[in-house]
Design a protein around this ligand. Structure first.
Ligand SMILES: [Zn+2]
Length: 323
């Protein structure tokens, strides 16, 4: 941590951190020419982890054209070949958004919030999915945030600025908060990154002090839920490991974007990975850990129901969605 901070402070960070200016909000890239993605109906799926219920909640899907930029370090022909080998289309990518809800001992803990009112027409469905599962925004007592990209935090407030989950504490990784709320870093960021910094300020700057709670890496953020640092995708990107009655569920957030590409090839870097090398290393470490324990995992950009298991496959891992 210290050496990394030193590196960031040394003025050398721009190329690694800002990913060569390739940060384009994923919700800004609809691909209308390729048709509309079909959203799962109903937009939720329950599973049991020990004594706890975990519910995958559909926020939506963005269909984006597949170009050279999506995988930063592999030729498009190789990316297309991998998609073809899995029977997937090669001219576009469907990127799903799936927040999770943990229902445990009277608590209702939402993990990540989707695009809210800030995405395209096939996104922002979290509240509908929650209602379909029999819950309303008022029921949520805790919102856990993995990192500050818009598809994870924009559901926290609507366009009028009103908090979507009025009774919830919002728990955020301290390292992530420190990075994005740093005014000097925002001032030094390239033009293409300013919007992301402004979006973080819109979401958090006026949040009441008793609502916003920062947590450290490796701490218990709710009963049975541990935060796990997985820095790389963003400077404070954090996963959550849930344990109950001898069973495990690992929420891996954006450890990978779509697993058909980045679990199969953990060394490939999605355009949104801010520090691609750190993201690559932690991706391999966490996948190894998960396969060793055979834990159930869930990923924000995984295909519905967005939870299942991974098994070693070739140079990487194959995601097997739960039946
Ligand atoms: Zn994301």
């Amino acid at each position: 941590m210290l050496s990394r901070r030193h590196f960031l402070g040394a003025g050398l960070a721009a190329p690694a951190i800002y990913a060569a200016g390739s940060f384009v909000p994923v919700w800004a890239q609809n691909a209308p020419n390729f048709g509309t993605p079909t959203l799962p109906n109903p937009g939720f799926r329950r599973m049991k982890v020990g004594d706890v219920e975990v519910v995958a909640l559909v926020d939506g899907i963005t269909r984006r054209p597949l170009g050279e930029e999506f995988v930063k370090n592999a030729p498009l022909a190789e990316v297309r070949a991998l998609l073809t080998s899995q029977g997937l289309p090669t001219d576009y990518i469907d990127v799903p958004y799936t927040p999770f809800l943990v229902v445990a001992g009277g608590r209702k803990i939402l993990i990540d919030t989707g695009l809210g009112e800030f995405g395209g027409p096939t996104t922002g469905k979290l509240l509908e999915s929650l209602a379909a599962a029999g819950l309303k925004a008022d029921d949520i007592d805790t919102v856990l945030i993995s990192h500050y990209h818009g598809d994870h935090i924009n559901g926290i407030r609507n366009k009028a600025g009103v908090l979507t989950f009025p009774k919830a504490k919002v728990l955020v990784p301290a390292a992530e908060h420190a990075f994005w709320m740093d005014d000097a870093r925002m001032a030094a960021a390239p033009a293409g990154m300013k919007g992301a910094f402004e979006n973080v300020r819109r979401t958090f700057a006026t949040m009441p002090a008793d609502t916003l709670v920062q947590f450290g890496a490796g701490t218990e953020v709710a009963p049975g839920i541990q935060s796990v640092a997985a820095y790389g995708h963003t400077p404070g990107h954090t996963l959550f490991e849930l344990k109950s009655a001898g069973q495990n569920f690992f929420y891996v957030a954006d450890l990978t974007n779509v697993p058909a590409l980045f679990a199969r090839n953990p060394d490939w870097a999605v355009t949104f990975d801010m520090d691609a090398e750190a993201a690559r290393k932690v991706r391999r470490e966490v996948f190894q850990r998960i396969t060793a324990s055979n834990a159930m995992l869930g990923g924000f950009h995984f295909p519905f129901p967005a939870f299942g298991r991974v098994a070693a496959s070739g140079n990487g891992y194959a995601f097997q969605p739960a039946a």
